[in-house]
Design a protein around this ligand. Structure first.
Ligand code: ATP
Ligand code: MG
Ligand code: FE
Length: 336
């Protein structure tokens, strides 16, 4: 069974063909990073315009590379939300048109369910599992007891992890997107500044990253007041250690409490080398299997949307032609 996946929630225009929810047959990602870089972030209006330019080409390329025609497909899965409304609409409308023209079922996928299901492209999911979702807009711990069942046990109370990375990168004068740059500096650094860790209440699986961001800003300010310069490497290393420590400790604790069969990481920040290493080591010590997709499947792509779409399709989930982009769409279970 072939599913066509389409993703346009932020600044990647992506289309992919996935076989049986597990095998990537083609995956095309057209990134706007080069165009958005000059603005230091994603400008929504520009994102929409570039999606319009790219979407048809990207879908055609995904089909061509997969060497299939539309009638070989079982369904079209598209990111319905959350994301930038103007960006989502481009993908949703392209998916609707494609599904209608080829008489295929249409499936609206939650972007974060997509990030989670990127894992299914690498290894079979075993339940119950714990998913650590760390991306540009989300930081969540989710327990899954079966396919399509999401129980939120913790989330950020302010900034998402990726957002904190991007903001700290800006403070350090690094180009957008800052996450990979901070990661690189941190890895190269031999020293690190000691920044606070936001543990919150002892029994909480919630996160907070805005205090850490402020600590970095204050640190820079204080050093510069003395007429000195900060060492960006030491700051990056200290910031990353604080983020990675909290994410690792809470993930391990939750994995034990919920007695899960595996832990998976998902989302753009799961590409972080420091986090991957820390989680691997900590969960290995506990004897809990840990999986994280390759970097290209952690950041936004359409293969993950097709993978999630396949599970939804199997469960009988369908959208209709009234589907719209939903910028604030909540992560809801489709199986109970
Ligand atoms: P969401 O998925 O929550 O809607 P998004 O789609 O914008 O948000 P992703 O594409 O999943 O986010 O991830 C992008 C984020 O991941 C950015 O904040 C980016 O800085 C961060 N990121 C990417 N690579 C790394 C890395 N190596 N280390 C830390 N952060 C990273
Ligand atoms: Mg992006
Ligand atoms: Fe994303």
């Amino acid at each position: 069974h072939y599913i066509l996946g389409i993703e346009t929630s932020c600044d990647e225009t992506a289309a992919s063909v996935v076989k049986n929810g597990t095998e990537i047959v083609s995956s095309i990602v057209s990134s706007q990073i080069q165009q958005q870089k000059q603005f230091g972030g994603v400008v929504p209006e520009i994102a929409s315009r570039l999606h319009v330019e790219q979407i048809t080409l990207v879908i055609e390329e995904a089909l061509r590379e997969a060497e299939i025609v539309p009638k070989d497909l079982e369904a079209v899965a598209v990111t319905e939300g959350p994301g930038l409304v103007g960006a989502l609409l481009i993908g949703v409308n392209a998916a609707k048109a494609f599904a209608f023209a080829n008489q295929l079922p249409l499936i609206g996928v939650h972007h974060i369910a997509g990030h989670v299901y990127a894992n299914q492209l690498m290894h079979p999911m075993e339940f119950p599992l714990l998913a650590l979702i760390v991306s540009g807009g989300h930081t969540e711990l989710v327990v899954m007891k079966s396919h399509g069942s999401f129980e939120l046990i913790g989330e950020t109370r302010d900034d998402a992890a990726g957002e904190a990375y991007d903001k700290v990168a800006r403070v350090l004068g690094l180009p957008y997107p800052g996450g990979p740059q901070v990661d690189r500096l941190a890895l190269e650094s031999e020293q690190s500044i000691d920044f606070p860790r936001a543990w919150l209440e002892a029994d909480s699986y919630d996160f907070s990253f805005s205090g850490l961001k402020s600590a970095v800003i204050n640190y820079k300010h204080n050093i510069e007041q003395k007429g000195e310069q900060i060492d960006p490497q030491h700051v990056a290393a200290g910031f990353q250690q604080s983020v990675v420590d909290v994410l690792t400790v809470k993930t391990v604790k939750a994995a034990k409490q919920f007695d899960v069969k595996q832990v998976i990481a998902a989302g753009g920040v799961a590409a972080n080398q420091g986090l991957r290493k820390s989680l691997t080591e900590a969960l290995q010590k506990e004897g809990i299997p840990f999986y994280v997709p390759p970097i290209a499947l952690c950041t936004d792509n359409a293969a993950m949307i097709a993978a999630a779409g396949y599970e939804m399709w199997k469960s009988g989930v369908r959208s209709d032609s009234t589907m719209n982009g939903r910028p604030g769409m909540p992560l809801k279970s489709w199986n109970y």
